[in-house]
Design a protein around this ligand. Structure first.
Ligand code: PXP
Length: 253
């Protein structure tokens, strides 16, 4: 269980920059191609209800390009009827269900699978019927992980935001608690037969501790890499992340 960790690159914020001027540049599709060339294992894109960054036509272009290259599109979406209809026609390799509130700056909390059981469960079944691998973005909370297993999700993506924010704020005790929760959550999810992914807020300072959790097999990272790419280029930024992930994993062996 200590093999290489897959790196999914979230390209939403290339679209944020493009949309700031209303034109076509910079293109998310080109960023996705560069990310693959730099060693990304897949591309994540979040089609939000308000279309603030990724748009419908981006998803179609990404799906086509990734299919041609036999690389996975991880379609991040809310479990709404409208998003489900788009996912069912796009037929992505993977779908990641997230909560969504219009007023939030980014996906701020995990899904409440335990409470929103029926709606999420219907979406999981419909997506799995078209062959998509469904992950649920949740906090590393025992009740949420148990609920994700009960409804038959393929994977959970554990929310790393609390840990990453605490590290950045220098809150050592809180960071330690959050890391322990991620470690325990990863063990629990794996023991229930779920694939364990993680993401949100990861940067160079936080990736090693997360990649060193042996049950984690995929990280999805966006904002930090897009910001870093402004200074060093996307390929160099991604390579820096890849090297830190590989070093953390090698240290486990
Ligand atoms: N995973 C999920 C479920 C997300 O919502 C996001 C943010 O869009 C990410 C991973 C990537 O987070 P970040 O952009 O902070 O690296």
């Amino acid at each position: 269980m200590t093999g290489r960790v897959r790196l999914g690159i979230n390209i939403d914020h290339v679209a944020t920059l493009r949309n700031a001027r209303g034109g076509a540049h910079p293109e998310p599709l080109r960023a996705a191609e560069l990310a693959l060339a730099a060693g990304a294992d897949g591309i994540t894109a979040h089609l939000r209800e308000d279309r603030r960054h990724i748009r419908d036509e981006d998803i179609q272009a990404l799906a086509k390009m990734l299919c041609a290259r036999a690389k996975p599109l991880n379609f991040e979406m809310a479990a709404t009827p409208a998003m489900l209809a788009i996912a069912l026609t796009t037929r992505p390799h993977a779908a990641m269900l997230v909560p969504e509130r219009r007023e939030e700056r980014t996906t701020e909390g995990g899904l409440d699978v335990a409470m929103g059981h029926a709606r999420i469960s219907l979406a999981v079944v419909a997506l799995q019927e078209i062959g998509a691998r469904v992950s649920l973005f949740i906090a590393a909370d025992p009740a949420q992980i148990a609920a994700a297993a009960r409804i038959g999700a393929h994977a959970v993506e554990l929310h790393t935001g609390v840990y990453c924010d605490a590290v950045r704020a220098g809150e050592v005790a809180q960071a330690q608690d959050a890391l322990l929760a991620l470690q325990a959550g990863a063990r629990q999810a794996s023991s229930l037969g779920l694939e364990v992914h993680a993401g949100h807020g990861i940067d160079y300072a936080t990736v090693a501790a997360i990649a060193a959790i042996p049950e984690i097999i995929e990280l999805n990272i966006g904002h930090f890499l897009m910001g870093e790419a402004l200074f060093v280029g996307l390929a160099t930024a991604i390579n820096g992340m890849r090297q830190r992930m590989d070093a953390a994993r090698a240290a486990l062996a």
